[in-house]
Design a protein around this ligand. Structure first.
Ligand code: NAP
Length: 312
């Protein structure tokens, strides 16, 4: 039987995603129809979804085997009351690779104090001692999932001391791991650089706030490539202004694009990235989608299922 797959995403995604999906599905030997619209929703088996696409009411799609998101974050779809089939989040090796590179780059920037020299065109010969070695710095990761763990390992390979925090206890060779409220306090208190790669859920919303920031090691750097909603922005500014934190490098914000009059733009200790730390790469992401459809058709459990009650 032919598998009907509906791609629901903004038109700007079509030129890169559709050829990649088409080629990959063919390479996997799928007998498929890849559609961008339909007047027979009952015939659709898999719906590839981006929140910017035309379909956000899934009620007419009575025979869906799964909704598969194009992106890793699911906060825009998870509470959709019309979902009545499994929801699968994106787990793309290309996205993981990109995020590992971005986080490692940000860690090295702050570790080596790169800005001081890159920005110096004053003629002043700033000869000081060399930067410390990575082994003397602690990098703490909030979130040890697909992305957080890959970033931790990339940073660990450069000999940084790495520690991590997750919802459930973890055992990772060579890594001190923590969970729970006390665990968060320990990670914040110990880390010179804190990298946040958490999903936005009811539990993690505004996780970084005036209270939790009281625990940070004085002068630490914060890097956030999870979601803007993880941080209470006014409390972050306060922590920067009073020296609790020395810098925040942010890729994600509560409102995106970040409004031009937002105080972050004027703040010398805030670096703003326009939500580009990483994204799903159609070439590799298509393989994850195809592999999962094949698994599902063989009657095996889908990979990367979202747990609606857990929130990610
Ligand atoms: P994931 O594999 O689902 O991992 C999530 C991690 O967060 C897990 O370690 C989980 O703990 C932990 N976590 C969840 N709730 C928690 C809580 N209440 N307390 C402590 N830890 C908690 O997700 P992922 O693929 O790594 O992606 C993480 C997020 O990155 C995505 O949800 C998305 O929002 C963001 N993202 C951003 C970009 C960007 O361009 N900036 C790109 C891709 C993704 P357990 O291990 O115990 O489950």
């Amino acid at each position: 039987m032919t598998t009907n797959i509906l791609f629901s995403a903004a038109e700007r995604h079509h030129p890169v995603w559709l050829p990649a999906l088409h080629n990959t599905f063919s390479e996997f030997g799928l007998d498929f129809n890849l559609l961008i619209e339909t007047n027979r929703p009952n015939d659709i088996h898999y719906l590839l979804h981006s929140p910017d696409g035309p379909i956000n009411d899934f009620t007419p799609f009575a025979n869906l085997k799964a909704i598969m998101t194009l992106w890793a974050g699911v906060e825009d779809i998870i509470a959709n009351p019309t979902i009545s089939c499994p929801l699968v989040r994106m787990n793309d090796p290309g996205m993981v690779e990109g995020m590992s590179e971005w986080v490692t780059g940000q860690v090295l920037r702050h570790h080596l104090g790169m800005d001081r020299h890159i920005m110096n065109n004053t003629g002043a010969w700033l000869k000081e001692t060399s930067p410390p070695l990575a082994r003397s710095r602690v990098v703490g990761f909030l979130g040890l999932g697909v992305l957080g763990l890959a970033c931790l390992k990339a940073v660990q390979s450069l000999k940084f001391q790495v520690i991590g925090w997750s919802r459930t206890p973890k055992e990772i060779p060579g890594v001190k791991t923590f969970h729970g409220k006390d665990g968060l306090t320990r990670v914040l208190a110990t880390s010179d650089i804190v990298a946040i790669i958490l999903p936005l859920t009811k539990e993690t919303a505004d996780l970084i706030n005036r209270d939790t920031l009281q625990s940070v090691k004085r002068g630490a750097v914060l890097i956030n490539s999870g979601r803007g909603g993880l941080i209470k922005e006014e409390d972050l500014l306060e922590a920067l202004d009073c020296g609790l934190l020395s810098h925040a490098t942010l890729d994600v914000f509560k409102i995106e694009p970040l409004p031009v009059d937002h105080p972050f733009w004027q703040h010398e200790q805030v670096s703003i990235w326009p939500h580009i730390s990483s994204e799903s790469r159609p070439q590799t992401a298509s393989i994850s989608i195809a592999r999962n459809i094949v698994k599902n058709q063989k009657g095996e459990q889908l990979d990367n299922l979202v747990d609606i009650t857990r929130g990610y």
